[in-house]
Design a protein. Structure first.
Lengths: 91, 91
């Protein structure tokens, strides 16, 4: 948390509690992000019923897992590219 | 999600009261995000030819869409949480 020069006056227990809430809030924000993307991918234009069918549920689960895999893949390969100096003027 | 910085120290401010405020602000922001996403997705899905009011079928569609979106949100939340635990287990 950004609080230049004010850290001495903040109760450390309070700071810890707030940090925990921040972590939870970040999790929620990610869930919103993934649900947004995966709704488009898995539900998209198809008709809605009284519950999500098994195929859609499986798609949503796979979508989250594969998106995370993609992020990891992209990060790893980008790191390799940087190390190889293959990104032109980017570093 | 931005919820500003807390007042320094704890003089006169009960830590629990402060944490209740922080938690409720986060919960409100979370609900607002959900509402905004649902409105967006369900408008796209249900109101394909905007008329002079929302007719009965559009309203039913919106209600069903909201329920399905929240189902999807819960699936994504569980999947993400499980995945995080699995990744932590590897460390």
């Amino acid at each position: 948390m950004n609080n230049p020069g004010g850290d001495e006056t903040i109760d450390p227990v309070l700071r810890q509690m707030i940090q925990e809430e921040q972590v939870k809030a970040q999790f929620q924000a990610q869930v919103h992000n993934f649900t947004d993307k995966c709704w488009d991918t898995c539900v998209g234009d198809s008709r809605l019923g009284n519950k999500l069918d098994y195929r859609t549920e499986a798609c949503l689960q796979n979508c989250v897992e594969r998106f995370l895999d993609t992020t990891i893949n992209v990060t790893n390969r980008f790191t390799q590219l940087l190390q190889r100096g293959a990104t032109g003027g980017m570093h | 999600m931005d919820f500003g910085s807390p007042p320094a120290g704890g003089s006169g401010v009960n830590r629990d009261e402060l944490m209740d405020q922080v938690k409720s602000q986060i919960a409100i922001a979370n609900a607002q995000e959900l509402l905004q996403k649902m409105s967006d997705k369900c408008f796209k899905k249900c109101v394909t030819k905007p008329g002079t009011s929302l007719d009965n079928s559009e309203q039913k569609c919106i209600a069903m869409c909201m329920d399905r979106y929240m189902d999807a949100w819960n699936i994504v939340s569980r999947t993400y949480s499980t995945r995080l635990q699995r990744e932590r287990g590897k460390i």
